[in-house]
Design a protein around this ligand. Structure first.
Ligand code: ADP
Length: 230
């Protein structure tokens, strides 16, 4: 369960204070697939950064499972983040590592033994449909393939939640559909998905819960929502 309770985040920038989100409240149940939508600057990334503890709220409370995110010390935050997988628009793969090594690295950091790595990485590559590209470097892969490696890496430690921040922003419509289908498949296997996007075709085809943001406030929160903002 994820809970945002009256959360406000104000950044102090060179131009003075910017209220990125104001009095945001919502709950996300385990195994939900939730899209966060809104124009650039609406507050999507701020919500994600607050959820992972990368930023602290100015006001309000954030709960992630058994963790009170707002009160965590740094080492507790690291522990909490093991339950979260992240996927970004620009993939964030390590350029000098192959697809296999990029995924394996996430297990190495988590201290998993080699035997487990040898078993889990090929299975993850299979799930994302990249068995044959295992030994390709990122520069040898298309955008869609790179994003599938990033998704395999995000799911390899079996997180409770995958946060995908504009994961299809650099992809064509065919690859976009494939990445969304992959996220749906991972959701069906039991992982909560939080998808931040401003792609209305995705939202309208998903027919899942949509939280719509405008100027840092929730203007709509609908089961099986549609993207009717703009
Ligand atoms: P989105 O992800 O929906 O594009 P953001 O959460 O990135 O929106 O931004 C929300 C608002 O907060 C914007 O007005 C943005 O300029 C501002 N903002 C975000 N990060 C910072 C920061 N580090 N310093 C100052 N202002 C920020």
């Amino acid at each position: 369960m994820i809970i945002f309770q009256g959360v406000t985040k104000t950044y102090k920038g060179s131009q003075g204070e910017v209220s990125a989100i104001r009095e945001i409240s919502f709950k996300i149940d385990p195994r939900e697939f939730v899209s966060l939508v809104g124009k650039s600057g609406a507050g999507k990334s701020t919500i994600i950064k607050l959820l992972t503890g990368e930023e602290k709220p100015t006001k309000g409370r954030i709960i992630f499972g058994s963790y009170d995110v707002t009160k965590q010390e740094q080492d507790e935050l690291y522990r909490m983040r093991r339950h979260i997988g992240t996927v970004f628009q620009d993939f964030k793969l390590l350029p000098e590592k192959t697809a296999y090594e990029n995924i394996a690295f996430a297990l190495e950091i988590a201290g998993k033994p080699q035997t487990e790595i040898d078993e889990l990485v090929p299975r993850a590559l299979d799930i994302v449909g990249l068995g044959r590209q295992a030994y390709n470097f990122p520069r040898e892969m298309s955008g869609g393939e790179k994003q599938r490696v990033a998704i395999a890496r995000a799911m390899i430690n079996n997180p409770d939640v995958i946060i995908a921040d504009e994961p299809t922003g650099n992809l064509d419509p065919i690859n976009t559909a494939e990445i969304i289908n992959l996220l749906l498949k991972i959701n069906e296997l039991g992982t909560t998905i939080i998808l931040a996007t401003h792609n209305k075709d995705i939202i309208n085809s998903l027919k899942r819960r949509v939280i719509s943001l405008e100027n840092g406030e929730i203007i709509r929160d609908e089961e099986k929502g549609k993207y009717i903002l703009f």
